[in-house]
Ligand binder design. Structure first.
Ligand code: GLU
Ligand code: ZN
Length: 293
């Protein structure tokens, strides 16, 4: 599969990219519904990508459960779903391209070496001398970091408006390949969105902070950056993001229509009556199109 696919203008390709660490819960349904409705509202395609690259966190069978849940909710995806675990060669190709451009370096800092906050560039080789402040530990498997650009990264978010982040000062050079050999989320999401021709990313606001990093990676790889929309997160009673980690219950699909209505209202829309799932989705897409043309 080629790495460079830029979407023809005017075309809309969206995607839902769940990590199969468990079944969908009320929070992940909100992100799924928002991206589904945005794709429908734009008469676009909606792709499903299973982000099972973080193998230690992948739960066996969760992918199948997520697909069955989407099915029960009437949210059908276009084309065949893809699994990141089957796409290593694509990520290796992108990594090699970054290496060839001098945008990567090995880092052997231990967790103890790193204070909270931006990575201080301890292992970054100086552009002229080629020497790092600290010699890498030869006995340690390095992780690989991406050498970020300085300056503010500025972009529009279709939900949140203008955004900017100084990646060098707020994040620092970040890991794209882990010491255990696994590809980092930041890299694979950029490679996959481009390879799948995704024009529009609609996802939870917890990922807003990753967007500037992803734009820098896309630029370094010569890939287009998709339009972005970050939708509000569903919080639990303690104000934490609903997630597998804090034991959000799996969606109860005894009544798919009710689950859809709840997700719709979590997005801040007023409820409306609908007697079936499919009628609901059609009407919701029409209302979405009015608000987000
Ligand atoms: N797999 C990520 C998650 O479930 C989403 C990635 C994305 O939408 O960019 O949090
Ligand atoms: Zn380091």
């Amino acid at each position: 599969m080629p790495l460079d696919v830029s979407p023809p203008r005017g075309r809309y390709v969206g995607r839902f990219a769940p990590s199969p660490s468990g079944p969908l819960h009320a929070g992940s349904l909100v992100a799924a519904l928002a991206s589904f409705l945005d794709a429908r509202a734009h008469h676009g395609e909606w792709l499903l990508r299973i982000e099972d690259i973080d193998t230690p966190r992948t739960a066996a069978g969760a992918d199948g459960i997520i697909m069955a849940q989407l099915d029960a909710l009437g949210m059908r995806w276009d084309h065949a779903a893809v699994w990141q675990s089957e796409r290593h060669s694509l990520y290796a190709q992108a990594f090699a391209r970054l290496q060839a451009k001098g945008r990567t370096y090995g880092c052997t800092c231990s967790r103890r070496d790193l204070a909270a906050g931006p990575y201080p560039g301890t292992c970054r080789p100086d552009k002229t001398t080629g020497r790092a402040r600290h010699q890498p530990h030869a006995a340690v498997q390095p992780s690989w970091r991406f050498r970020v650009e300085s300056g503010r990264e500025i972009f529009q978010d279709r939900w949140l408006g203008p955004q900017s982040q100084d990646v060098a000062n707020e994040v620092g050079d970040f890991i794209i390949r882990r010491a255990d050999g696994l590809w980092a989320y930041q890299l694979v999401v950029v490679v996959d969105d481009a390879a799948q021709g995704v024009t529009d990313v609609v996802r939870g606001a917890d990922l807003l902070d990753s967007t500037a990093r992803q734009r820098q990676l896309a630029r370094a790889l010569g890939l287009p950056a998709p339009r972005m929309m970050h939708v509000p997160l569903v919080l639990d009673a303690e104000g934490r993001k609903l997630s597998k980690q804090n034991h959000a219950p799996a969606l109860d699909l005894a009544d798919p229509l009710e689950a859809l209505q709840d997700a719709w209202q979590a997005l801040g829309f007023a409820p409306f009556p609908a007697h079936s799932r499919d009628v609901f989705l059609g009407e919701a897409a029409a209302r979405w199109a009015q608000r987000f043309p």
